[in-house]
Design a binder for this molecule. Structure first.
Ligand code: GLN
Ligand code: ZN
Length: 761
């Protein structure tokens, strides 16, 4: 019999039950007992779903009250020491304080889990952090699973991945300085699991898919020798990319099995299989844990069959990675039509796919189910809904010329300066203004059909006009319309493009209680008509100052969606770029002279391995340029990026050739700008002068100080003044005060320059 299992299941619940329970608990509306009860119900349900779907073991340890990394720290006793908790007595409230902060503690930092859109809490490594054991929550969960009669496999984040993903705060020179303590902690834990009679422990080491330096690589063998000695059999799980460069290392480790992601990196199989150790289990991740398409079961079976011949019962079948990254249950979905639904599989449906593969390998194929799956996939690829002749034809005509502006930046910027005559250090904002309850209600009512279209237009226009008036009063130089009509920067455009679908319940956990519903790009992307022109034209009609048109860039449109698996990401990006190019052209035609194309997700798209960077950056830059380059020299293209490391990709950011880039820098006290300075970034830059997430009002002096710092790096003529990011999460009073101060900071700086000039002459 072949073993079927999964690496992890989404914990939030198909109806986001965990989210609502967490938030109710934070508002003191339910007790800790209530919350724990809801968590337990969800775990029981998810285990039962796994058991019902024929998984040979249920996975325990993938549940977390907020985040699996923080839960691992809590389990080990390695939570941040600055909170002065006693690790074994950590309460759920302490745990949430670490995750969310409170009046006396700042929250733990959050960052993306590898190349997913899941955000984990970053471990804080200090010399005094301990791994002496923490809470017993995992053991309670194990007991629950067993009481329900399930055979259990426990999943843990591996010690090396845990150390690698943390950040050194003080007292250490390298995260591996903590390795002896961490190994001792894991040894204690594994001993307890063994004592508890656990059949299997899955230890996740996804860092094996990164470019690891020698020191990290060298740490694996001694660590796993120390761990395996006194532990249940270990399944070492790798995912998200190719680990074949570590074949010899992996083969030498004293583990009972290894999991490989054969969806992301099928090519690694041959290398790894070449001298696969006798007795070792291979867990083959053949069902995509990162996307929502129904699996190609025939192809998966074709991969599995020779493995099965070779390995027999030592072959296990699984999804490629934890199912955390896909929505829970397609059967709960109501917004998609029958055809689209027939193309998809969410977590619950993926369990069924794994079971079908197992059945086929074990000599009991469900012929009808295979046939149905095959037909659904074929129907998808034949469907007229995914093919658009116009788009195909246009793609064929794409040439280098489409990526080129008419003149180089130096010439364009002269024409742009002459056109607008902006003051030195022009002030602007990133696009959105506060999204008040009234705005959100109007949008929702309009969507439901409860607010007539004309009334909705009227209300949005009133909003735009008030936003424009306020910006005029504040004395900003380049205005925006405020984005009141947008629920979300990707959804808004996706809803008006062909080839995008939106679910009602396709929630995926983003962090803590926050979930997102990524759109599904299923077909050729096509823009049937102008999207933003009406709003921008109206906004521009209200002012003599330049009004920035506001678009979401091709890479971000791609990155925050589930994408087609039947063509390269680059092709989809190009289709989106062409649609945006038309929108940019229409805005220009309508008299909009500045157009911002936001790319906050540009950095996120970077592959895990540096060897794959150039190919990605090449098509990503090209897609942006195609969206932007169709305009006249006098039309100014802006872009915006935030909350990412930029320094390692500066040449490519420059290659995007936007006339102006606004970026988030204030959190790092403009440190980020050093990179731009050292690289001599050639075009205009607006480094954010205040953090829009902080609820406090930035003072004039703070911002002039940051601007003086920026002047040290960026020539005056190319320096813009703006906040870090959009203002939609802020309230009006704070927005007004902050922008008022920001405008004063720019004025103060202009005076300083004028004084310096008179002083010098
Ligand atoms: N223009 C968008 C806004 O202001 C940009 C948002 C973002 O960078 N994520 O809201
Ligand atoms: Zn931003």
């Amino acid at each position: 019999m072949t073993t079927a299992h999964i690496l992890g299941f989404p914990r939030i619940g198909a109806q986001r039950e965990l989210k609502f329970a967490q938030e109710a608990f934070w508002r003191d509306e339910i007790t800790e007992t209530d919350l724990r009860g809801i968590g337990q119900t969800l775990r029981q349900r998810h285990w039962q779903q796994q058991a019902d779907a024929g998984m040979n073991m249920v996975t325990v340890g993938d549940f977390a009250w907020y985040d699996q990394v923080l839960s691992t720290l809590a389990l080990l006793g390695a939570t941040p020491t600055r909170l002065k908790t006693v690790p074994s007595q950590l309460t759920l409230s302490d745990y949430f304080t670490m995750a969310r902060g409170d009046t006396t503690h700042f929250a733990m930092e959050m960052t993306k889990w590898f190349d997913t859109n899941y955000h984990y809490l970053v471990p804080e490594w200090t010399a005094d952090v301990r791994f002496d054991g923490g809470v017993d929550w995992l053991f309670d969960e194990i007991a629950e699973a067993r009481a329900a009669g399930h055979r259990t496999k426990v999943v843990l984040i591996g010690p090396l991945t845990l150390l690698h993903r943390g950040k050194i705060k003080s007292g250490l020179t390298h995260a591996l300085d903590l390795l002896p303590a961490a190994v001792a902690g894991y040894q204690g834990l594994l001993k307890r699991l063994q004592y508890a009679g656990i059949d299997w422990v899955q230890i996740d080491e996804p860092i094996l898919a990164l470019d690891l330096d020698a020191r990290w690589r060298a740490a694996f063998a001694p660590t796993y020798q120390a761990l395996a000695a006194d532990a249940p059999p270990i399944l070492l799980a790798t995912y998200f990319d190719d680990v074949s460069e570590h074949a010899a290392l992996l083969h030498s480790l004293p583990v009972a099995g290894v999991h490989l992601d054969l969806v992301r990196a099928p090519q690694q199989l041959d290398t790894l299989l070449a001298d696969w150790p006798a007795d070792r289990i291979l867990s083959a991740g053949v069902v995509d844990g990162r996307n929502v398409w129904r699996a190609d079961l025939d192809a998966a079976l074709a991969t599995l069959t020779p493995l099965h011949d070779k390995l027999g019962e030592r072959l296990w079948i699984a999804a490629s990675c934890s199912l955390l990254h896909v929505p829970t249950d397609l059967d709960q979905e109501s917004a998609l039509d029958a055809e689209l639904t027939s193309w998809l599989a969410f977590a619950v449906q993926k369990l069924a796919e794994i079971r079908l593969l197992k059945g086929a390998l074990d000599g009991a194929p469900d012929v009808d189910a295979f046939h149905a799956a095959r037909q659904a996939r074929q129907a998808r690829f034949m469907s007229p809904r995914i093919h658009n002749q116009l788009v195909q034809k246009r793609l064929q005509g794409v040439s280098e010329a489409l990526t080129q502006r008419q003149s180089p930046f130096n010439q364009r910027i002269e024409q742009q300066r002459a056109r607008w005559q902006l003051p030195l250090f022009p002030t602007t904002t990133i696009g959105s203004f506060p999204q008040t309850a009234a705005i959100r209600q109007a949008r929702a009512a309009h969507k439901r059909g409860a607010l007539a279209h004309l009334d909705y237009l009227e209300q949005m226009r009133a909003e735009i006009s008030s936003v424009v008036e306020q910006q005029e009063q504040l004395g900003l130089d380049v205005l925006v319309h405020g984005e009141a009509e947008r629920n979300d920067m990707v959804e808004y455009f996706g809803e008006q493009l062909w080839g995008y679908a939106f679910t009602q319940h396709g929630w995926v956990q983003s962090y803590g209680s926050r979930c997102v519903k990524p759109p599904i790009i299923y077909g050729d992307v096509y823009r049937p008509e102008a999207i933003t022109v009406g709003w921008s034209r109206y906004a521009q009609s209200l002012t003599l100052k330049p009004m920035k048109g506001m678009l979401t860039g091709p890479v971000t449109m791609l990155q925050w969606s589930f994408v087609r698996d039947d063509q390269p990401r680059a092709t989809t990006a190009l289709q989106i770029a062409l649609a945006l190019r038309d929108e940019v052209g229409d805005l220009e035609q309508a008299g909009i002279g500045m157009i911002q194309i936001d790319e906050p997700a540009f950095r996120e798209g970077l592959p895990l391995k540096a060897r794959d960077w150039p190919a990605y950056l090449d098509w990503a830059v090209k897609a942006f340029r195609i969206s932007a380059a169709g305009v006249a020299d006098q039309t100014q293209i802006h872009t915006h990026m935030c909350y990412a490391e930029f320094n390692d990709i500066l040449p490519w950011i420059a290659a995007m050739d936007a006339d102006v880039i606004t970026i988030e820098t204030s959190r790092s006290d403009m440190e980020l700008l050093d990179g731009f300075g050292a690289f001599a970034y050639p075009n205009d830059i607006g480094p954010g002068v205040y953090d829009i997430h902080a609820p406090r009002i930035p003072q004039v002096e703070e911002m002039t100080r940051l601007l003086r710092k920026a002047r040290g790096v960026i020539p005056d003529a190319r320096l813009w003044v703006n906040p870090d990011c959009g203002l939609k999460t802020r309230s009006w009073p704070e927005t007004q005060q902050a922008l008022h101060n920001m405008v004063r900071a720019a004025q103060a700086l202009r005076q300083e320059v004028a004084a310096q000039e008179t002083g010098a002459s």
